[in-house]
Design a protein around this ligand. Structure first.
Ligand SMILES: [Zn+2]
Length: 343
């Protein structure tokens, strides 16, 4: 150690070099397809990112082992405040992910307990779509929008609602499960065990199911028919729509219609100022939005018409959820939306 270290420290204090730069936190977004991790500072800058596939694991234990090893690679050189996790079917109060429809996790996984014990850091768990709503509210298109609905269109459909500047949590943080509200009867089987849930139509997987159904019921010529059904995904449908394939455009327009009709019910109940669509399928927003707006407005009572704005997230793929999850570790963002953590 340099013998002049005390003089250096004295000089540092004298010229007021801050002892610590901005706080950083690890945000984690557990999605049905990928798990994303990002080291984020309090001003919302991404300092390091990584992701790994969620579905390659036979059970909860093997998934958690991989998650821990990925987190370790972020802790090497950085001093972090803690970990914020956004995941589907999250019980904020118990810190458990409970019976998720689209994850390789069976039963109840006490994820905050496991990670906080392993890393000796504070760990917060929030429903993935609630994390996205907070991300938009603090850093995105929802800034200062006190009545805000964020719909995440990924493997499934998630929803986070902010009312009067406060996250709508419900009793355990599991409110606003819009993806599992029924749309048609008898409808399609959902991963949650129910039938006809909205996400079986309006999600990356739902769009594929619609495309397969549409192909089966018509003889319409379409480039979709050249794709092996097992290899069909929402990105390919979107790409074909861009190229002008009529059936692909029809599939996305139908998806927009189903979404719009359900958003009309959301509007009727809680009257948000803005609805933001985020997640992978929102990339196809140009094909979804016209019908989503049309069927939203045409299903509203006259006093509520032409008020709500629908926009696409500008934070980029799943960044909202990472930002919102990390925000729990930063004091400046906790004053309104602080969680109640049970001991
Ligand atoms: Zn469901």
């Amino acid at each position: 150690v340099c013998e002049h270290i005390n003089i250096c420290l004295y000089l540092c204090r004298l010229i007021k070099i801050p002892e610590k730069t901005l706080k950083t936190a690890l945000g984690i977004d557990i999605g049905g397809t990928n798990t994303k991790l990002a080291l984020i500072n309090a001003s919302g800058q991404f300092l390091k990112e990584n992701s790994f596939p969620t579905n390659d694991y036979p059970n909860s234990n093997s998934y958690v082992e991989r998650l821990i090893s990925e987190i370790e690679s972020f802790l090497d050189h950085n001093e972090i405040e803690g970990i914020g996790i956004g995941a589907p079917s999250s019980n904020e109060k118990s810190g458990c992910i409970e019976n998720p429809a689209n994850l390789p996790i069976q039963g109840i996984l006490p994820i905050t307990n496991i990670l906080s014990t392993h890393f000796d850091l504070p760990v917060y768990l929030v429903k993935d779509a609630n994390a996205a709503a907070l991300g938009e509210y603090y850093f995105g298109e929802g800034k200062k929008v006190n009545n805000l609905v964020v719909v995440t269109l990924g493997t499934g459909l998630g929803c986070g609602i902010i009312i009067d500047g406060k996250l709508l949590r419900g009793e355990r943080g599991m409110a606003a499960e819009l993806g599992h509200v029924p749309v048609f009867y008898p409808g399609r089987d959902c991963g949650c065990g129910k039938k006809s849930c909205l996400e079986t139509y309006v999600s990356a997987r739902g769009v594929v199911r619609t495309a397969l159904e549409f192909m089966a019921k018509t003889n319409e010529n379409s480039a979709l028919r050249q794709i092996i059904p097992a290899e069909l995904d929402s990105k390919k449908i979107h790409q074909l729509a861009i190229l002008g394939d009529p059936l692909s455009i029809e599939v996305l327009a139908f998806t927009g219609k189903v979404l719009g009709e359900k958003l009309a019910e959301v509007m009727t109940l809680i009257e948000p100022e803005k609805i933001i669509l985020a997640g992978g399928l929102a990339e196809a927003g140009a094909f979804l939005l016209p019908n989503a707006k049309l069927y939203l407005e045409s299903n509203l009572i006259i006093t509520q018409r032409n008020r709500v704005q629908i926009e696409l997230s500008k934070l980029g793929l799943n960044r909202a959820a990472l930002l919102g999850a990390a925000s729990f570790l930063f004091d400046s963002y906790q004053h309104i939306n602080k969680q109640v953590i049970l001991p």
